[in-house]
Ligand binder design. Sequence first.
Ligand SMILES: Cc1cc2nc3c(=O)[nH]c(=O)nc-3n(C[C@H](O)[C@H](O)[C@H](O)COP(=O)(O)O)c2cc1C
Length: 488
Amino acid sequence: MITSGTDYHRHTSYDRHNLGGHFLNWADQPNIYKEYPGSDMGRLSREVPAINKKLSEMIGKETLKDYPEHLVSDHVRQIFTLAYTLTSKSRYPGGEFFHRSVPSAGGLYPCELYMAVQSVTGMEDGLYHYAVRHHALERLRKGSFLKTGGVLTFFITAVFYRSAWKYRDRSYRYHLLDSGHLVENLCLTLKGLNLPFELDYDFEDETVNPLLGLDTQREVCLAVVRVPGKETSSQGRPEQVKDLPAVFQKASRVAYKEIRYPAVEEIHKNSAYVLTSRDPLPNILFNIGPVPHLWQKIAEPDHWPEKMNYTQAILKRRSLRNFVTTQLPKAHFEALLTMLWKTDPLPGFYEDSVCMGFLAGNVEGIEPGCYWVNRSEQCVSLVKPGEMMGRMAHICLDQEWLGQAALLFFFVTNLKLLEQNRGSRGYRHAMLTAGRFGQKLYLGATAMELGCCGIGAFYDHEASAFLDLSEDSQMLYLVAVGIVKKIF
Ligand SMILES: Cc1cc2nc3c(=O)[nH]c(=O)nc-3n(C[C@H](O)[C@H](O)[C@H](O)COP(=O)(O)O)c2cc1C
């Protein structure tokens, strides 16, 4: 029985000598588009939103002062057009594959997006599901049913079997990381529209899942993002509402024959517990192993080498693996780090659940080696000099192309410390946060015409040993960035 993030992470570790073979059952390949048979769809126009801001103008900036007087339906259209849209198409011998504005482990897209609307001009109050394939909203509930004044409340869910089909027990890691990517895209889009927002990873599962009409053996809510009303504070939670008809729950099923993975269900169920105390966490960075002591300040670049605005970066984002060993200029490196340590003006309750570092390959002015990052002090510490990229590529299931990247960012937490302070829910906080940082890197890299690729596949014990992590600490995610042969 999996009772904690520590148990789950250990249970789903990859081991070079015991990886086991797993053949994909193509007959039961999950449907990556959720469908409500016979539903009435309100299609959204695909017109590209006019958010011309650069990422450097958005990350870490206040939005409230320009908060629009009224939200109109066009805000909603723009949000969906950027946050979770289909962006480009790849052809392969068996068919076509549509990429989205967020990456997804294995391209399996476990996430679904829902939105509750209250008092938006040009829209009826209610609960809507976003049908990605059709770029349309399907109304599941009518009226307003949220206790407090959130104008827009977004719910990000994951359909277990979509990722479990390939990754089995390990898939809950990807449900959370993928959701974190989507949360970040959503937050940035809201920022681009000057809308304030709040994150909530600590909602009550038993209230929110029925509200969305989910079959919780198959699909669960992992994150809530709320745009508060101008006058109201939205600290409240959704009320108990009537169950949706059973036919809605059936829509959580995505394959004729689905296999259940008890470890996924257990960690989700056992991380439902929410701690009411919101005391700050001890700094994770100083609780994961040997404490770095020599710090080097990294400045924000004088000129950000961005080649496109946020909207263009979203639409162009792809996972690129064709890294070349050309030196990464200093300004690009400084810009990536600045993006990571600029904190949004949100309660910092979740961002402190992980710490980060990077392996540097060929970066201008930076000695190759392994570094830890102190986000609050905006400095880095070299803890192990030398060539490390090839070694990490080997640890990442021999994905040798990683050895050519300029930077390999890694995200780490101390699972025990997290649990002592945040309860079992802390595991969700950390993985969602790692995903958010990953999305920042993807978009920052794309805007600077660099390549980027998230990496969820690694031999866990080897990664811990390589980074000298304490027994209770684990690497959660890795993101490669660097110059690539051809970007688009
Ligand atoms: C959490 C996560 C883990 C990933 N792990 C890997 C990986 O180990 N190796 C890899 O080549 N790509 C990895 N990817 C990238 C996905 O394969 C990629 O996002 C997906 O195929 C869709 O392609 P696109 O990002 O170009 O749209 C990962 C992406 C995410 C979000």
